[in-house]
Ligand binder design. Structure first.
Ligand code: SF4
Length: 203
C-alpha cells in the first residue's frame, strides 16, 4: 500500500465517534511522503479541520518558526496527528479514540519510514512510547524504538497557552538540532529488540 492509498481509505473513516462529532474532514497529514523526519501532534483544531491540513493555526505558525530555527522546512518533513478528526470543542482525545486511530498513525509511519519521529505533547509521546508518563519527564530526550528514533517535544499549543513553556520548547528544538547533527554524522547502529525503548544519552 502507498501513503496515498491509506489516505484515500480514511477519507470517510467512521471507525470512532469523532466521525459524527462535527468534523469537517479527516485531516490525514502533510509534507514529504519520503521524509526522514516526521512530527506527530495530537489532533486537528478548528483551522486544521477547516483546511484539512495539520498545524495551520497559531500553533502551526509557531511550529513553522521553530522548524526554521533548526534549518528544517515544512516541505522536507512530514506532519500528522495521532487523531485524524477534530474532537468537539477541542477537547482532549479519549483513550478509545486514540486506540482506534492509532493503527492508522502506525501504518502512516511505516509507509513514510522516517528515521526520526518528533512527538508534540503528551498524547503523541504516550501513544508512541506506550508509556503513561508526563511529557515534562521525557521532553528533549532521545529514545531508540525498534523502527525509529523518538524525540518527545512539548506541544506548541501548550507553549502558547502557558508562556513559561516557551523557553523549554525553544531549548528542546536546540537539542533537536544536535540530534539531527548526530544523525547525519553518527554511523548506523543496530536497532534494539522489538518493544524495548532504549533511552539514548546524547546530552
Ligand atoms: S479519528 Fe481516526 S478512527 Fe476516528 S473517525 Fe477519524 S480517522 Fe477514523
Amino acid at each position: 500500500m502507498k501513503l496515498a492509498d491509506l489516505h484515500d481509505s480514511l477519507r470517510d473513516c467512521q471507525a470512532c465517534r469523532l466521525a459524527s462529532s462535527g468534523r469537517t474532514q479527516v485531516v490525514f497529514g502533510t509534507g514529504n511522503p519520503h521524509a526522514s523526519i516526521m512530527f506527530v501532534g495530537e489532533a486537528p483544531g478548528f483551522h486544521e479541520d477547516k483546511q484539512g491540513v495539520p498545524f495551520v493555526g497559531a500553533a502551526g505558525k509557531l511550529l513553522t518558526g521553530l522548524l526554521e530555527s533548526v534549518g528544517l522546512s515544512r516541505e522536507e518533513i512530514y506532519i500528522a496527528n495521532v487523531i485524524k478528526c477534530r474532537p468537539p470543542n477541542n477537547r482532549n482525545p479519549q483513550p478509545d479514540e486514540i486506540e482506534t486511530c492509532k493503527p492508522f498513525l502506525l501504518q502512516q509511519i511505516q509507509l513514510i519510514n522516517p528515521k526520526l519521529v518528533c512527538s508534540l505533547g503528551n498524547f503523541a509521546m504516550q501513544t508512541l512510547l506506550e508509556k503513561k508518563i508526563g511529557i515534562t519527564k521525557v521532553r528533549g530526550q532521545v529514545f531508540r524504538l525498534p523502527e525509529f528514533i523518538l524525540f518527545p517535544l512539548l506541544h506548541p499549543a501548550a507553549a502558547l497557552h502557558q508562556g513559561n513553556l516557551m523557553t523549554p520548547l525553544r531549548e528542546d528544538f536546540q537539542k533537536l538540532k544536535k540530534v539531527l547533527d548526530e544523525m547525519t554524522t553518527a554511523p548506523e547502529t543496530s536497532p534494539p529488540a522489538p518493544n524495548t525503548p532504549v533511552q539514548m544519552d546524547l546530552f
